[in-house]
Design a protein. Sequence first.
Length: 322
Amino acid sequence: MKPMAWHKHYHERALNGMKNLPVDLRGVYYTLLDLMYEHMCPLAESDQMMAARMCCSVRKWKTYRDQLVALGKIKFTDDGKLSNDRFEYELKSLRKRSENKSRAGRASAEARRNSKENNETPQQVLEQESNRVLECQSARVLGDANASLVDTAEPYRLVPEEITPVDEAVKYYISTADRLKAENGGQKVWPVPKLPMATTRRKAVAARLKENDLLTWQEVVDKAASAPHLIGQNERNWTADLDWIAKRENFDRIFEGRYDSKKRVAPVEAKKPHTLQDWERWCKRWAWLGEWGCPDSPAPNEPDCKAPSNLIDWAIKNRSAA
């Protein structure tokens, strides 16, 4: 596959993603991305070669590399190469578009070849197909009694309606909503839009597809479907819908992982050291009442008591006298 002369770069996303990176790490990160797009594959160069590209020592390069890996900007593949999630996604999209173009080219060549074999121009072939569709539709409307209007000697090659990327995007949203409904015991989670959709709604979806592509839309819908907050698991039982996802700011937040499910670990509070007043209170209570209240130390009559030695002696003496 030929190197990409350019790739998509969203300035707002890039600035948000690198706002905590120092300037030297940003330069290394951008250089790695450019090398990946130039070679159209994960990087397998040696540390010495990478250090030479970065104009630094091998030790410094390894430090940069490990920091970017720890931050999730780059990663090691199973075979030890350096890669990036967004690069892999763009590479997959490029390959799919290339396959679609090749398939369309082969279909177009076959259509031209068939028209030449039949001594027909492409315009004549198109007119014949349109007439066949009209005849078939007439037969369906009039019923079996007039079915002879249609030549049944040859099966009809109905021309399918053109499916736009917006239709594909909405179809993927609806299928995801149906999956969520099935997983929720038949109860609706996401509302499904009525078809055909309103013009304003189609424009919102089309705007997101213009800025990204269909695979990115599908990725965002999948991330939204796996985000608890967006499927009703919140205080208000609120759920996202197609209009909310199609808004630019919401779309970007989902893509950046703002709503991803994350396990929150409660911070461990540091134990405060016991004061002299605490030890005096516990020793007096033990000496007079026989009750020891310290949670992390044995009583004064045991060998591992952590109370001050003078208070231990006082408590044991007064306990014996009592």
